[in-house]
Design a protein around this ligand. Structure first.
Ligand code: IPM
Ligand code: MG
Length: 366
């Protein structure tokens, strides 16, 4: 019997359920055709959980998330829950999973698939061959810093507070992730903060530099976050690995994602300490405007499964097969609406899923 691989699929809200169905079909394909032994659990998160349990993540689902090897998450949020308190909002489900599972390292690759070069809002020559890895700190910074809240002052004015805070150990561990990745890629790390205005940014810069001493073969530079945003749209190919905090990572990863032509293409991994849990999710959100219409792009979710195979399940061959299958389908001219281009064939979520499965069949025959 091959080793049991356990997976918890939390489809969430909006287009989450539609795209997760397609990832699930790829899991089934892997079991039938590659002899992998997955046990798949399913559960609710986000608004879907709030509607049933009154919270965005219930205790049983969190307990299950701790037990499995990896969690796959679709997307959370939508206008339906706009009035809900922060601690119960759909987004809180996601933040709780990150925090409780200790998933401090968020890997967000921004890769430009060659068939989609024309879909980028930048000139083709700027994005062709683009391959950036954004390493975003995910369990600290202003997302979790205390104090936080909205208070009413004596004069009746209201005051909103969030706290940007980092400690040396938090910076050291995320820096190591970035340097280790760079060693397997282009050998360069750009660390990004606002050391010119923030003490936490200065600390970040100094402590990343401390860790750099352990990686003499890696070239490190520092770039202010605003400048980094600018450079990302000016000359994105100058970057290899970008390491940055939770908030700047949120912003910069959206910018980098869009360079590639579509948010609908990009996977991500949230990792903790080795041997601990992991969570894989598409970078795009719940897209409530197109939810339920069967037009969403399932590729980011399917590529997130490929990342799970690579980083958690140690199945590099299968991860590579999935990535090749996606390339082949795109090269064959199929597009979901978000990546539609003149002269290509527009297909639904499920037809895109079918086509990826057929491409996997062909790769598997070789
Ligand atoms: C992301 C999202 C989340 C974040 C939201 C949904 C809480 O924007 O994963 O990038 O801000 O981290
Ligand atoms: Mg974001």
């Amino acid at each position: 019997m091959t080793k049991e691989l356990s997976l918890l699929m939390l489809a969430g809200d909006g287009i989450g359920p539609e795209i997760m169905v397609e990832a699930r079909r790829v899991v089934d394909w892997l079991m039938e055709n590659r002899g992998l032994n997955f046990t798949v659990h399913e559960g609710l998160v986000g608004g879907a959980a709030y509607d049933v349990f009154g919270v965005a993540l219930d205790d049983d689902t969190l307990a299950l998330a701790r037990q499995v090897d990896a969690v796959m998450l679709g997307a959370v949020g939508g206008p339906k829950w706009d009035g809900v308190d922060y601690d119960k909002r759909p987004e809180a489900g996601l933040l709780t999973l990150r925090k409780e599972l200790g998933l401090f390292a968020n890997l967000r690759p921004a890769i430009c698939f060659e068939p989609l070069v024309e879909a980028s809002s930048l000139k083709p020559e700027l994005v062709s061959g683009l391959d950036i890895m954004i390493v975003r700190e995910l369990t600290g910074g202003v997302y979790f810093g205390e104090p936080r809240g909205i208070e009413t002052l004596e004069n009746g004015e209201r005051r909103g507070v969030n706290t940007q805070v980092y400690t040396t150990s938090e910076i050291h561990r995320i820096a190591r992730v970035a340097f280790e990745l760079a060693a397997k890629r282009g050998g360069r790390v750009t660390s990004s903060e606002k050391a010119n205005v923030m003490e936490s940014g200065l600390l970040w810069r100094e402590e990343v530099t401390v860790i750099a001493a352990d990686y003499p073969e890696i070239k490190l530079d520092h770039m202010l976050a605003d400048s980094c945003a600018m450079q990302l749209v000016r000359a994105p190919k100058q970057f290899d690995v970008i390491v940055t905090d939770n908030l700047f990572g949120d912003l910069l990863s959206d910018v980098a994602a869009m360079l590639t032509g579509s948010l609908g293409m990009l996977p991500s991994a949230a990792l903790g300490v080795k041997g601990g849990g992991a969570m894989y999710e598409p970078v795009h959100g719940s897209a409530p405007d197109i939810a339920g219409k069967g037009v969403a792009n399932p590729i980011a979710t399917i590529l997130s499964l490929a990342m799970a195979l690579r980083y958690t399940f140690d199945c590099e061959a299968e991860a590579q097969m999935i990535e090749d299958a996606v390339q082949n389908v795109l090269a064959g001219g199929l597009r979901t609406a978000d990546i539609m281009q003149p002269g290509k064939a527009k297909v639904s979520t499920s037809v895109m899923g079918d086509s990826i499965l057929r491409a996997l069949d062909r790769l598997n025959e070789k």
